[in-house]
Design a protein around this ligand. Structure first.
Ligand code: PLP
Length: 443
Protein backbone atom coordinates (compact mmCIF):
# COMPACT_ATOMS: atom_id res chain seq x y z
CA UNK A 1 0.00 0.00 0.00
CA UNK A 2 1.37 3.40 -0.95
CA UNK A 3 0.56 6.57 0.96
CA UNK A 4 0.97 8.63 -2.20
CA UNK A 5 -1.94 11.01 -2.78
CA UNK A 6 -2.47 12.80 -6.09
CA UNK A 7 -5.39 15.23 -6.46
CA UNK A 8 -6.44 18.19 -8.61
CA UNK A 9 -5.51 19.39 -12.09
CA UNK A 10 -3.43 22.21 -13.55
CA UNK A 11 -2.14 24.51 -10.83
CA UNK A 12 -4.39 22.64 -8.37
CA UNK A 13 -2.50 19.41 -9.01
CA UNK A 14 -1.30 18.41 -5.57
CA UNK A 15 1.08 15.56 -4.82
CA UNK A 16 1.37 14.62 -1.16
CA UNK A 17 0.52 18.18 -0.14
CA UNK A 18 2.72 19.94 -2.69
CA UNK A 19 0.49 22.09 -4.93
CA UNK A 20 2.11 22.76 -8.31
CA UNK A 21 0.67 26.29 -8.53
CA UNK A 22 2.48 27.22 -5.30
CA UNK A 23 5.97 26.38 -6.53
CA UNK A 24 8.37 29.20 -7.34
CA UNK A 25 11.09 28.72 -10.00
CA UNK A 26 13.53 28.06 -7.13
CA UNK A 27 11.20 25.36 -5.72
CA UNK A 28 11.01 23.65 -9.12
CA UNK A 29 14.80 23.74 -9.41
CA UNK A 30 15.18 22.27 -5.92
CA UNK A 31 12.80 19.38 -6.66
CA UNK A 32 14.58 18.68 -9.94
CA UNK A 33 17.98 18.66 -8.26
CA UNK A 34 16.74 16.40 -5.47
CA UNK A 35 14.52 14.05 -7.45
CA UNK A 36 15.65 14.23 -11.08
CA UNK A 37 18.60 12.62 -12.83
CA UNK A 38 20.57 15.89 -12.98
CA UNK A 39 21.24 15.13 -16.62
CA UNK A 40 20.15 18.59 -17.82
CA UNK A 41 21.03 22.11 -16.80
CA UNK A 42 17.92 24.10 -17.82
CA UNK A 43 17.92 27.89 -17.98
CA UNK A 44 17.92 29.29 -14.48
CA UNK A 45 14.96 31.10 -12.89
CA UNK A 46 12.30 30.30 -15.44
CA UNK A 47 9.54 27.68 -15.64
CA UNK A 48 7.12 27.34 -18.55
CA UNK A 49 3.51 27.40 -17.40
CA UNK A 50 1.63 27.07 -20.69
CA UNK A 51 1.58 28.31 -24.27
CA UNK A 52 -0.31 31.38 -25.41
CA UNK A 53 -0.09 30.93 -29.16
CA UNK A 54 1.98 29.03 -31.67
CA UNK A 55 5.22 30.83 -30.75
CA UNK A 56 4.54 32.39 -27.34
CA UNK A 57 5.23 30.70 -24.03
CA UNK A 58 3.87 31.95 -20.72
CA UNK A 59 6.73 31.62 -18.26
CA UNK A 60 7.01 31.94 -14.50
CA UNK A 61 9.94 33.99 -13.27
CA UNK A 62 10.90 34.99 -9.71
CA UNK A 63 8.88 37.92 -8.35
CA UNK A 64 11.48 40.70 -7.88
CA UNK A 65 9.64 41.78 -4.69
CA UNK A 66 9.20 38.33 -3.15
CA UNK A 67 11.69 35.51 -3.62
CA UNK A 68 9.06 32.90 -2.67
CA UNK A 69 6.59 34.05 -5.35
CA UNK A 70 6.58 34.28 -9.13
CA UNK A 71 5.30 36.50 -11.90
CA UNK A 72 4.15 35.36 -15.35
CA UNK A 73 5.59 36.81 -18.54
CA UNK A 74 5.27 36.21 -22.28
CA UNK A 75 8.34 34.69 -23.87
CA UNK A 76 8.88 34.29 -27.63
CA UNK A 77 9.90 30.73 -28.35
CA UNK A 78 13.04 30.82 -30.49
CA UNK A 79 13.66 27.09 -30.28
CA UNK A 80 10.29 25.29 -30.49
CA UNK A 81 11.50 22.24 -28.61
CA UNK A 82 14.55 21.77 -30.82
CA UNK A 83 12.39 21.65 -33.96
CA UNK A 84 9.78 19.26 -32.54
CA UNK A 85 7.11 21.95 -32.87
CA UNK A 86 7.66 23.11 -36.46
CA UNK A 87 3.86 23.24 -36.93
CA UNK A 88 3.55 25.74 -34.02
CA UNK A 89 2.42 25.00 -30.48
CA UNK A 90 -1.09 23.53 -30.28
CA UNK A 91 -1.54 23.59 -34.04
CA UNK A 92 -5.31 23.57 -34.37
CA UNK A 93 -5.52 20.97 -37.13
CA UNK A 94 -3.40 18.48 -35.17
CA UNK A 95 -5.07 19.19 -31.81
CA UNK A 96 -8.55 18.82 -33.35
CA UNK A 97 -7.58 15.52 -34.96
CA UNK A 98 -6.10 14.13 -31.74
CA UNK A 99 -9.00 15.26 -29.53
CA UNK A 100 -11.59 14.00 -32.02
CA UNK A 101 -9.69 10.76 -32.32
CA UNK A 102 -9.87 10.19 -28.56
CA UNK A 103 -13.43 11.35 -28.03
CA UNK A 104 -15.16 10.21 -31.25
CA UNK A 105 -13.04 7.55 -32.91
CA UNK A 106 -12.02 6.09 -29.55
CA UNK A 107 -8.96 4.15 -30.63
CA UNK A 108 -5.95 5.14 -28.53
CA UNK A 109 -3.69 2.11 -28.29
CA UNK A 110 -3.37 -1.36 -29.78
CA UNK A 111 -0.16 -3.32 -30.44
CA UNK A 112 1.39 -4.30 -33.77
CA UNK A 113 0.21 -7.90 -33.44
CA UNK A 114 -3.27 -6.78 -34.51
CA UNK A 115 -3.91 -4.37 -37.42
CA UNK A 116 -5.60 -1.03 -36.83
CA UNK A 117 -7.05 1.15 -39.55
CA UNK A 118 -4.79 4.20 -38.99
CA UNK A 119 -1.57 2.31 -39.72
CA UNK A 120 -2.51 2.29 -43.40
CA UNK A 121 -3.11 6.05 -43.21
CA UNK A 122 0.29 6.60 -41.62
CA UNK A 123 2.14 4.44 -44.13
CA UNK A 124 0.45 6.15 -47.08
CA UNK A 125 1.08 9.64 -45.67
CA UNK A 126 4.75 8.99 -44.84
CA UNK A 127 5.61 7.22 -48.10
CA UNK A 128 3.79 10.07 -49.87
CA UNK A 129 5.70 12.90 -48.18
CA UNK A 130 9.11 11.17 -48.17
CA UNK A 131 8.78 9.66 -51.67
CA UNK A 132 10.18 6.44 -50.24
CA UNK A 133 8.98 2.83 -50.74
CA UNK A 134 8.59 1.66 -47.16
CA UNK A 135 8.26 3.00 -43.61
CA UNK A 136 8.92 1.61 -40.15
CA UNK A 137 7.25 3.71 -37.42
CA UNK A 138 9.05 4.25 -34.12
CA UNK A 139 8.61 6.56 -31.11
CA UNK A 140 11.62 8.58 -29.87
CA UNK A 141 13.84 10.49 -32.26
CA UNK A 142 16.89 8.45 -31.33
CA UNK A 143 15.16 5.27 -32.45
CA UNK A 144 15.36 6.51 -36.04
CA UNK A 145 19.19 6.60 -36.28
CA UNK A 146 19.28 3.44 -34.17
CA UNK A 147 17.22 1.68 -36.86
CA UNK A 148 19.23 3.31 -39.67
CA UNK A 149 22.25 1.66 -38.07
CA UNK A 150 20.61 -1.77 -37.80
CA UNK A 151 19.22 -1.61 -41.34
CA UNK A 152 22.63 -0.60 -42.70
CA UNK A 153 24.26 -3.65 -41.13
CA UNK A 154 21.51 -6.04 -42.23
CA UNK A 155 21.60 -4.74 -45.81
CA UNK A 156 25.41 -4.89 -45.67
CA UNK A 157 25.40 -8.60 -44.82
CA UNK A 158 22.41 -9.72 -46.87
CA UNK A 159 22.69 -7.59 -50.01
CA UNK A 160 26.24 -6.31 -50.24
CA UNK A 161 27.83 -9.51 -48.98
CA UNK A 162 30.00 -8.03 -46.23
CA UNK A 163 31.49 -10.93 -44.20
CA UNK A 164 29.50 -11.53 -40.99
CA UNK A 165 30.58 -9.33 -38.07
CA UNK A 166 32.75 -7.04 -40.22
CA UNK A 167 30.31 -4.30 -41.27
CA UNK A 168 31.47 -0.72 -40.79
CA UNK A 169 29.17 2.28 -40.39
CA UNK A 170 30.76 5.64 -41.13
CA UNK A 171 29.63 8.69 -39.16
CA UNK A 172 30.68 12.34 -39.18
CA UNK A 173 32.69 14.04 -36.45
CA UNK A 174 30.63 16.45 -34.38
CA UNK A 175 27.43 14.51 -35.08
CA UNK A 176 24.46 14.20 -32.76
CA UNK A 177 22.12 11.23 -33.12
CA UNK A 178 20.73 10.97 -29.59
CA UNK A 179 21.58 9.12 -26.40
CA UNK A 180 21.30 5.36 -26.88
CA UNK A 181 24.46 3.23 -26.81
CA UNK A 182 24.56 3.18 -30.61
CA UNK A 183 24.09 6.95 -30.87
CA UNK A 184 26.83 7.71 -28.36
CA UNK A 185 29.07 5.09 -29.95
CA UNK A 186 28.77 7.18 -33.13
CA UNK A 187 29.44 10.38 -31.20
CA UNK A 188 32.80 12.01 -30.47
CA UNK A 189 31.44 14.24 -27.70
CA UNK A 190 33.16 13.43 -24.38
CA UNK A 191 30.15 14.71 -22.35
CA UNK A 192 27.89 12.04 -23.84
CA UNK A 193 30.47 9.23 -23.80
CA UNK A 194 32.46 9.43 -20.59
CA UNK A 195 32.23 6.21 -18.55
CA UNK A 196 29.55 4.66 -20.76
CA UNK A 197 31.90 2.34 -22.68
CA UNK A 198 32.53 -0.21 -24.07
CA UNK A 199 30.97 1.15 -27.23
CA UNK A 200 29.31 -0.47 -30.23
CA UNK A 201 32.12 -1.64 -32.56
CA UNK A 202 32.35 -1.20 -36.32
CA UNK A 203 32.21 2.60 -36.46
CA UNK A 204 34.55 5.03 -38.23
CA UNK A 205 34.25 8.83 -38.14
CA UNK A 206 35.31 11.31 -40.81
CA UNK A 207 35.29 15.12 -40.62
CA UNK A 208 31.90 16.49 -41.76
CA UNK A 209 31.95 18.21 -45.16
CA UNK A 210 35.38 16.75 -46.03
CA UNK A 211 34.80 14.87 -49.28
CA UNK A 212 38.43 13.80 -49.67
CA UNK A 213 38.53 12.18 -46.20
CA UNK A 214 35.39 10.18 -46.98
CA UNK A 215 36.76 9.18 -50.39
CA UNK A 216 40.01 7.85 -48.99
CA UNK A 217 38.17 5.90 -46.26
CA UNK A 218 35.84 4.41 -48.90
CA UNK A 219 38.85 3.51 -51.07
CA UNK A 220 40.59 1.85 -48.14
CA UNK A 221 37.68 -0.03 -46.54
CA UNK A 222 34.75 0.38 -48.95
CA UNK A 223 34.09 -3.35 -49.33
CA UNK A 224 33.22 -3.55 -45.62
CA UNK A 225 31.40 -0.22 -45.29
CA UNK A 226 27.61 -0.55 -45.20
CA UNK A 227 26.57 3.09 -44.89
CA UNK A 228 27.48 6.70 -44.32
CA UNK A 229 25.03 7.60 -41.51
CA UNK A 230 24.89 11.35 -41.21
CA UNK A 231 22.85 14.51 -40.65
CA UNK A 232 22.41 16.52 -43.88
CA UNK A 233 23.06 19.69 -41.83
CA UNK A 234 24.56 19.20 -38.38
CA UNK A 235 22.14 20.68 -35.85
CA UNK A 236 23.53 20.19 -32.38
CA UNK A 237 27.06 20.88 -33.64
CA UNK A 238 25.87 24.46 -34.17
CA UNK A 239 24.05 24.40 -37.53
CA UNK A 240 26.93 23.32 -39.76
CA UNK A 241 25.86 23.59 -43.40
CA UNK A 242 28.06 21.65 -45.86
CA UNK A 243 29.31 23.00 -49.20
CA UNK A 244 26.64 23.25 -51.90
CA UNK A 245 28.09 20.35 -53.88
CA UNK A 246 29.06 18.12 -50.93
CA UNK A 247 26.00 15.86 -50.93
CA UNK A 248 25.93 15.42 -54.70
CA UNK A 249 29.56 14.28 -54.63
CA UNK A 250 28.95 12.06 -51.60
CA UNK A 251 25.87 10.51 -53.18
CA UNK A 252 27.84 9.64 -56.33
CA UNK A 253 30.72 8.26 -54.25
CA UNK A 254 28.32 6.08 -52.22
CA UNK A 255 26.85 4.64 -55.42
CA UNK A 256 30.34 3.95 -56.84
CA UNK A 257 31.26 1.94 -53.72
CA UNK A 258 27.81 0.35 -53.17
CA UNK A 259 27.53 2.11 -49.81
CA UNK A 260 24.20 3.33 -48.45
CA UNK A 261 23.55 7.00 -47.78
CA UNK A 262 21.58 6.95 -44.50
CA UNK A 263 20.41 10.38 -43.41
CA UNK A 264 19.29 11.42 -39.95
CA UNK A 265 16.64 14.09 -40.64
CA UNK A 266 15.28 14.08 -37.08
CA UNK A 267 16.10 17.78 -36.67
CA UNK A 268 16.29 18.92 -40.29
CA UNK A 269 13.08 17.28 -41.54
CA UNK A 270 9.50 18.50 -41.74
CA UNK A 271 10.13 21.81 -43.47
CA UNK A 272 12.73 23.12 -41.03
CA UNK A 273 15.44 23.99 -43.56
CA UNK A 274 13.21 25.32 -46.32
CA UNK A 275 12.49 21.97 -48.00
CA UNK A 276 10.31 19.18 -46.65
CA UNK A 277 13.55 17.28 -45.96
CA UNK A 278 16.98 18.89 -46.02
CA UNK A 279 18.46 16.41 -48.51
CA UNK A 280 16.07 17.85 -51.12
CA UNK A 281 17.88 21.20 -50.84
CA UNK A 282 20.97 19.51 -52.23
CA UNK A 283 19.27 17.48 -54.99
CA UNK A 284 20.08 14.05 -53.56
CA UNK A 285 18.02 11.16 -52.24
CA UNK A 286 19.26 8.96 -49.38
CA UNK A 287 18.62 5.21 -49.47
CA UNK A 288 17.13 5.41 -45.98
CA UNK A 289 16.27 8.36 -43.77
CA UNK A 290 15.10 8.84 -40.20
CA UNK A 291 12.68 11.45 -38.88
CA UNK A 292 11.39 12.31 -35.42
CA UNK A 293 10.58 15.53 -33.54
CA UNK A 294 8.05 17.38 -35.76
CA UNK A 295 6.88 14.02 -37.17
CA UNK A 296 4.50 14.04 -34.18
CA UNK A 297 3.32 17.61 -34.72
CA UNK A 298 4.72 18.73 -31.37
CA UNK A 299 1.94 16.81 -29.64
CA UNK A 300 3.18 13.22 -29.39
CA UNK A 301 6.54 11.53 -29.83
CA UNK A 302 6.57 9.91 -33.26
CA UNK A 303 9.57 8.87 -35.32
CA UNK A 304 10.11 6.67 -38.35
CA UNK A 305 12.58 5.33 -40.83
CA UNK A 306 11.59 5.55 -44.48
CA UNK A 307 13.60 4.07 -47.31
CA UNK A 308 13.99 1.89 -50.34
CA UNK A 309 12.45 -1.51 -50.74
CA UNK A 310 15.93 -3.00 -51.13
CA UNK A 311 17.01 -1.88 -47.64
CA UNK A 312 13.83 -1.95 -45.54
CA UNK A 313 12.85 -5.15 -47.36
CA UNK A 314 15.60 -6.95 -45.41
CA UNK A 315 13.45 -6.81 -42.26
CA UNK A 316 11.48 -9.89 -41.26
CA UNK A 317 8.87 -10.44 -38.52
CA UNK A 318 10.63 -10.43 -35.16
CA UNK A 319 13.74 -8.59 -36.40
CA UNK A 320 12.46 -5.15 -35.43
CA UNK A 321 9.55 -3.63 -33.52
CA UNK A 322 8.22 -1.27 -30.89
CA UNK A 323 5.05 -1.41 -28.76
CA UNK A 324 4.08 2.20 -29.49
CA UNK A 325 5.56 2.50 -33.00
CA UNK A 326 2.66 3.64 -35.19
CA UNK A 327 0.04 3.10 -32.48
CA UNK A 328 -3.32 4.65 -33.47
CA UNK A 329 -3.09 7.94 -31.56
CA UNK A 330 0.52 8.53 -32.64
CA UNK A 331 -0.39 7.63 -36.21
CA UNK A 332 -3.17 10.21 -36.24
CA UNK A 333 -0.92 12.92 -34.79
CA UNK A 334 1.67 12.17 -37.45
CA UNK A 335 -0.76 12.01 -40.38
CA UNK A 336 -2.09 15.46 -39.46
CA UNK A 337 1.44 16.76 -38.77
CA UNK A 338 2.19 15.83 -42.39
CA UNK A 339 -1.08 17.38 -43.59
CA UNK A 340 -0.10 20.66 -41.88
CA UNK A 341 3.40 20.51 -43.38
CA UNK A 342 1.80 20.35 -46.83
CA UNK A 343 -1.35 22.49 -46.44
CA UNK A 344 0.31 25.30 -44.46
CA UNK A 345 3.32 25.29 -46.82
CA UNK A 346 5.73 25.11 -43.89
CA UNK A 347 8.87 24.64 -45.99
CA UNK A 348 8.08 27.82 -47.94
CA UNK A 349 7.40 29.69 -44.70
CA UNK A 350 10.76 28.49 -43.35
CA UNK A 351 12.47 29.90 -46.45
CA UNK A 352 10.78 33.31 -46.17
CA UNK A 353 11.04 33.79 -42.40
CA UNK A 354 14.53 32.22 -42.41
CA UNK A 355 15.73 34.77 -44.97
CA UNK A 356 14.25 37.53 -42.79
CA UNK A 357 16.07 36.25 -39.68
CA UNK A 358 19.36 35.77 -41.55
CA UNK A 359 19.11 39.35 -42.86
CA UNK A 360 18.78 40.55 -39.28
CA UNK A 361 21.76 38.38 -38.26
CA UNK A 362 23.81 39.91 -41.06
CA UNK A 363 22.94 43.45 -39.91
CA UNK A 364 23.83 42.55 -36.32
CA UNK A 365 27.14 40.99 -37.44
CA UNK A 366 27.95 44.12 -39.46
CA UNK A 367 27.10 46.26 -36.45
CA UNK A 368 29.21 44.19 -34.04
CA UNK A 369 31.98 42.53 -36.10
CA UNK A 370 34.17 42.34 -33.00
CA UNK A 371 31.54 40.13 -31.32
CA UNK A 372 29.84 38.05 -34.02
CA UNK A 373 32.19 35.84 -36.01
CA UNK A 374 29.84 33.92 -38.30
CA UNK A 375 26.18 33.38 -39.08
CA UNK A 376 24.89 30.10 -40.49
CA UNK A 377 21.58 28.65 -41.55
CA UNK A 378 19.16 27.11 -44.00
CA UNK A 379 15.49 28.02 -43.75
CA UNK A 380 14.67 28.50 -40.07
CA UNK A 381 17.54 26.38 -38.76
CA UNK A 382 19.91 29.21 -37.93
CA UNK A 383 22.76 30.11 -35.59
CA UNK A 384 25.22 32.86 -34.90
CA UNK A 385 28.71 32.18 -33.60
CA UNK A 386 30.61 34.68 -31.50
CA UNK A 387 34.37 35.09 -31.35
CA UNK A 388 36.01 32.69 -28.93
CA UNK A 389 36.49 35.02 -25.98
CA UNK A 390 35.50 34.46 -22.34
CA UNK A 391 33.12 37.44 -22.26
CA UNK A 392 31.29 36.36 -25.43
CA UNK A 393 29.54 33.51 -23.67
CA UNK A 394 26.59 31.69 -25.25
CA UNK A 395 25.03 30.90 -21.91
CA UNK A 396 25.10 34.55 -20.87
CA UNK A 397 23.41 35.36 -24.18
CA UNK A 398 20.68 32.77 -23.48
CA UNK A 399 20.07 34.12 -19.97
CA UNK A 400 19.99 37.74 -21.18
CA UNK A 401 17.70 36.83 -24.07
CA UNK A 402 15.30 35.26 -21.58
CA UNK A 403 15.40 38.50 -19.58
CA UNK A 404 14.45 40.24 -22.85
CA UNK A 405 11.54 37.86 -23.46
CA UNK A 406 13.13 35.41 -25.91
CA UNK A 407 13.91 31.74 -25.38
CA UNK A 408 17.01 30.45 -27.15
CA UNK A 409 19.84 28.23 -25.95
CA UNK A 410 23.53 28.05 -26.73
CA UNK A 411 24.78 24.89 -28.46
CA UNK A 412 28.43 25.42 -27.58
CA UNK A 413 30.28 28.05 -25.61
CA UNK A 414 30.10 30.62 -28.39
CA UNK A 415 27.20 29.52 -30.61
CA UNK A 416 23.51 30.30 -30.18
CA UNK A 417 20.90 28.50 -32.30
CA UNK A 418 17.57 30.02 -33.32
CA UNK A 419 14.96 27.64 -34.71
CA UNK A 420 11.46 28.97 -34.01
CA UNK A 421 8.19 27.41 -35.17
CA UNK A 422 7.73 27.61 -38.95
CA UNK A 423 4.38 29.32 -38.34
CA UNK A 424 6.06 32.30 -36.66
CA UNK A 425 4.90 35.77 -37.75
CA UNK A 426 7.16 38.37 -39.38
CA UNK A 427 6.81 40.77 -36.43
CA UNK A 428 7.84 38.02 -34.02
CA UNK A 429 11.02 37.42 -36.05
CA UNK A 430 11.69 41.19 -35.86
CA UNK A 431 11.21 41.10 -32.08
CA UNK A 432 13.57 38.13 -31.66
CA UNK A 433 16.20 39.94 -33.74
CA UNK A 434 15.78 43.14 -31.76
CA UNK A 435 16.28 41.25 -28.48
CA UNK A 436 19.43 39.62 -29.89
CA UNK A 437 20.76 43.02 -31.02
CA UNK A 438 20.27 44.47 -27.53
CA UNK A 439 21.87 41.51 -25.80
CA UNK A 440 24.89 41.51 -28.14
CA UNK A 441 25.27 45.28 -27.73
CA UNK A 442 25.40 44.93 -23.94
CA UNK A 443 27.88 42.04 -23.83
C1 PLP B 1 19.80 14.76 -35.66
C2 PLP B 1 19.19 14.18 -34.42
N1 PLP B 1 19.02 12.85 -34.33
C3 PLP B 1 18.45 12.29 -33.25
C4 PLP B 1 18.05 13.05 -32.18
C5 PLP B 1 17.45 12.39 -30.96
O1 PLP B 1 16.11 12.67 -30.83
P1 PLP B 1 15.37 12.41 -29.40
O2 PLP B 1 16.02 13.32 -28.42
O3 PLP B 1 13.93 12.73 -29.67
O4 PLP B 1 15.58 10.97 -29.07
C6 PLP B 1 18.22 14.44 -32.23
C7 PLP B 1 17.81 15.30 -31.09
O5 PLP B 1 18.13 16.44 -30.98
C8 PLP B 1 18.80 15.03 -33.36
O6 PLP B 1 19.00 16.34 -33.47
Amino acid sequence: MSNLKITGFGDELTINGTRIGDLSPADHEKIELENGGRNYSPLENVVVSHVQDSSTLICRKPDPDNIKAYIEEEVLDGLCCYSAVNQGQLNQTIVDAVVKHLTEEKLPTVPRSIRHKYMSGLLLAVTGITEMDRVVPKVAGVEAPELLFKLSRRWGYQKKGIPQGEAIIVGAKGNFHGRTMTAISLSDDPDSRTDFGPFVPGIELVPFNDYEALKSLFEEKGDRIASYLVEPIQGEAGVIVPDDDYWQKVSTLCKEHNILLAMDEVQTGFGRTGANFAHQLFGVKPDIMGCGKAAGGGILPVSFVAGSDEVIGTLTPGSEGSTFGGYPLGAVASIYAIKVLVDEKLAEKARVRGAQLMNHFEDIMNEFPDKIKEIRGKGLLTAFEMHDEPLLDGHTVSVNLMNNGVYAKETHHSTVRLAPALTIDAWQIDNIAEAIREVIRDL
